[in-house]
Design a protein around this ligand. Structure first.
Ligand code: ADP
Length: 334
């Protein structure tokens, strides 16, 4: 799970930080988002004013945090980083907002998990650059308006659909981040291999890219595991054979499915006859939170054409049966 989980943990974070592109022109893939963002930033710079608030949505590990850092770097302003779960009380947010400097970028990761009171404070801050500080309790409480410096909010979410409309509407630009294709992930891998001094021929990069679930974070992580394998069991060169053997060892299959992906498909096929089955029932069967199944496993399975979300529940496609080595029933969806 740790190996292929798109969420970073521990000292993996330090390496991840070292591998982050620093400027927009170093950022690989996401051509449309890059072009849109570049326009937003250039016009803000030309006008000498902070750009509109920016929302980025997409699966974990696609580069949302990286882009937030790049936005601040391109604007030449400081960056403040926080996350939705850290903003439990509106006061936590007020403390940050009231100390922002002019033009600063405030990055709120997992913004869909911000508490209701903090969200309401955000509306006012985003629109009027103002917060109401509530002093006292009960009937004697009063709200003292406080001006804050104009800033740019950059929000990231894995689930744009969960954002309340009033919050979503206050972003002037929404960047939808997609999974990366194999060629783009090869570029990510070659760049990382250079930075980490890994000997990575093209066929090795291709093999890792194919199995990286369309996600740069996973590509970088798999590269490090394959490098370990190459150093211990081979001559250090990450050839296609070495990459394939290492990834088999780490239970990343030929299409890049990891253990969670396969557990979901396994339960769907073996326990529920291919579905339809509801998300929470499916999550219980694999021993995970529904949100983990929905955010981490499903988007990739859907994109690979292995799983379909229907109004009646989750359904395995014919390709899913085949991928798991089974014969699809005649009524399996295409
Ligand atoms: P998110 O915030 O969406 O979960 P991150 O921005 O933390 O993802 O990116 C995860 C890792 O993937 C980082 O180490 C980053 O270097 C790498 N990465 C993400 N996007 C790109 C990209 N477009 N080009 C190169 N590396 C990338």
């Amino acid at each position: 799970r740790e190996l292929v989980s798109p969420d970073a943990a521990g000292d993996e974070r330090a390496i991840e930080a070292a591998l982050r592109p620093k400027r927009l022109d170093e950022f690989i893939g996401q051509a449309r988002v890059r072009e849109q963002l570049s326009l937003v930033l250039q016009s803000a710079l030309a006008r000498g004013r902070p750009p509109d608030h920016i929302l980025m949505s997409g699966s974990p590990g696609l580069g949302k945090t990286t882009l937030a850092m790049i936005i601040a770097a391109e604007l030449g302003v400081p960056l403040r980083v926080t996350s939705g779960p850290a903003l439990e009380r509106a006061g936590d947010l007020a403390a940050i907002l009231s100390t922002l400097s002019e033009g600063e970028v405030l990055f709120i990761d997992e913004i869909h998990r911000t508490s209701r009171p903090a969200q309401e404070m955000l509306y006012l801050a985003m629109e009027d650059f103002r917060v109401d500080i509530v002093v006292g309790k009960g009937p004697g409480a009063t709200a003292i308006p406080l001006d804050i410096a104009p800033f740019t909010l950059v929000g990231a979410t894995t689930r744009a659909g969960l954002l309340p409309a009033p919050l979503r509407d206050r972003f002037g630009f929404v960047a939808h981040m997609d999974f990366y294709d194999v060629a783009e992930l090869e570029q990510v891998l070659h760049r990382s291999a250079r930075l980490l001094s890994v000997n990575l021929p093209p066929d090795g990069a291709h093999e890792i890219a194919r199995r990286s679930r369309g996600t740069p974070r996973i590509a970088n992580r798999l590269l490090r595991r394959v490098r370990d394998y190459a150093e211990v069991r081979a001559d250090g060169v990450v050839s296609r054979e070495v990459a394939a053997a290492a990834l088999d060892l780490y239970e990343v299959d030929s299409e890049g499915l990891d253990r969670l992906d396969r557990a979901v498909l396994h339960a769907l096929l073996h326990r529920f006859g291919g579905g339809p089955v509801g998300l929470s029932t499916l999550a219980v069967a694999v021993g995970e939170e529904p949100e983990t199944v929905e955010v981490v496993a499903e988007p990739f399975l859907v994109r690979q054409g292995l799983l379909a979300r229907t109004p009646r529940g989750r359904v395995a496609t014919a390709a899913a049966w085949l991928h798991m080595g089974l014969t699809p029933p005649p009524d399996a969806v295409g």
